[in-house]
Design a protein around this ligand. Structure first.
Ligand code: ADP
Ligand code: MG
Length: 323
């Protein structure tokens, strides 16, 4: 059963919630994640990896602002590309080392990706995604004057001093710009790391040229676009929880196991999955099946292999497939 699998890795694959994000912590987490990816490769699957960049981009934006007296700060699209290099490098090197130890001579490459979005996307009218450092009210006023293009919102209650933060749009991804290159790499048996952090959001100018924008694309939604691009069989979202749940956080909480697309649609429409976390994962999984994918999976890192074998996690399958 040799499959093409797109694996979307959550924040915990690189940095645990209670960690600062030191290089040692990140390398340790990346190694645990890569062990699972190597297991998939050992089964003969062809794997394309994508990952989030929230904490890394956040830290980099803080560094950019802190150092602004010495060197110019870089805009968000550049910061996004920087984190793709940073995280891609860690996964690339760790995978190469593990594959060498396993005597599996598979080439590994990470690709800097741009993902097309539309400035007509409704999220551009009312940006929702907080990024970068928190500010006091005074700092927020100064920033607004210095950078009139920034939208600053109050994101914490009044009793918190540093409660203001920059917000940017989180538009729907339309297409991975480098899709042809990724497909060729995969066809040549290369393990690809792509669309990191949801990709750098870009728009087309009227003359057909590309321009980076200050926005953030949800990495699970962009991962689904990547899965379609490479004609994946499976789209797998690995996060910090074993399955998507109904009645999450209540005594009636239950795992969603294997459901058809229309069964999942009903659960999604009933509001079981929170916006900004499980919601986009479920949405991305449904979109992949709507496109024609064989199976979408949501599970935790340690259940990845069992989920591929149908023994764990949440799985979404097309309506006409009976099990
Ligand atoms: P990632 O970094 O992997 O994208 P997120 O924090 O965005 O992780 O999403 C995973 C989180 O979604 C879980 O830790 C859980 O707290 C939350 N969540 C919200 N609704 C649900 C649900 N219905 N079932 C399971 N988890 C849920
Ligand atoms: Mg998330």
């Amino acid at each position: 059963m040799r499959k093409i699998i797109v694996v979307a890795l959550g924040g915990n694959a690189i940095k645990q919630a209670d960690e600062k994000g030191t290089v040692e912590e990140q390398r340790r987490n990346v190694a645990i994640t890569c062990r699972q990816l190597v297991s998939m490769l050992k089964y003969g699957h062809r794997v394309v990896v994508t990952h989030g960049n929230g904490p890394q981009a956040g830290n980099l934006l803080i560094q950019q602002e802190a150092g602004v007296a010495e060197v110019p700060a870089q805009p968000m699209d550049i910061v996004g590309a920087m984190t793709q290099g940073q995280i891609g490098y860690m996964f690339q090197q760790t995978l190469q080392n593990m594959l060498w130890q396993e005597r599996m001579p598979l080439p590994v490459i990470s690709v800097i990706n741009q993902v097309l979005v539309s400035e007509d996307d409704p999220d551009y009218k009312d940006p929702s995604k907080p990024v970068g450092p928190f500010y006091t009210e005074e700092e927020a006023e100064t920033i607004k004057k210095e950078r009139p293009e920034y939208i600053i919102k109050e994101v914490k209650p009044k009793n918190v001093e540093k409660r203001f933060r920059r917000v940017v749009p989180s538009p729907d991804p339309i297409r991975n710009i480098e899709y042809l290159a990724i497909r060729k790499l995969l066809d040549d048996g290369i393990v690809v790391i792509a669309s990191g952090g949801g990709g750098v959001p870009v728009v087309y100018e009227k003359d057909g040229t590309l321009r980076g924008t200050a926005a953030v694309i949800d990495k699970d939604k962009a991962g689904e676009r990547l899965a379609v691009t490479v004609g994946a069989d499976f789209f797998m979202v690995l996060t910090d929880i074993n399955a998507a749940k109904i009645n999450f956080g209540t005594p009636e909480e239950r795992d969603v196991r294997c459901v058809t697309l229309s069964e999942m649609k009903k659960l999604y429409d009933a509001g079981h999955f929170k916006a900004g976390s499980m919601g986009p994962k479920v949405l991305a999984c449904m979109r992949f099946i709507e496109w024609g994918g064989q199976c979408s999976i949501i599970t935790s890192l340690d259940h990845a292999i069992d989920a591929l074998l149908g023994k764990a996690g949440t799985r979404v399958i097309p309506d006409r497939v009976c099990e």
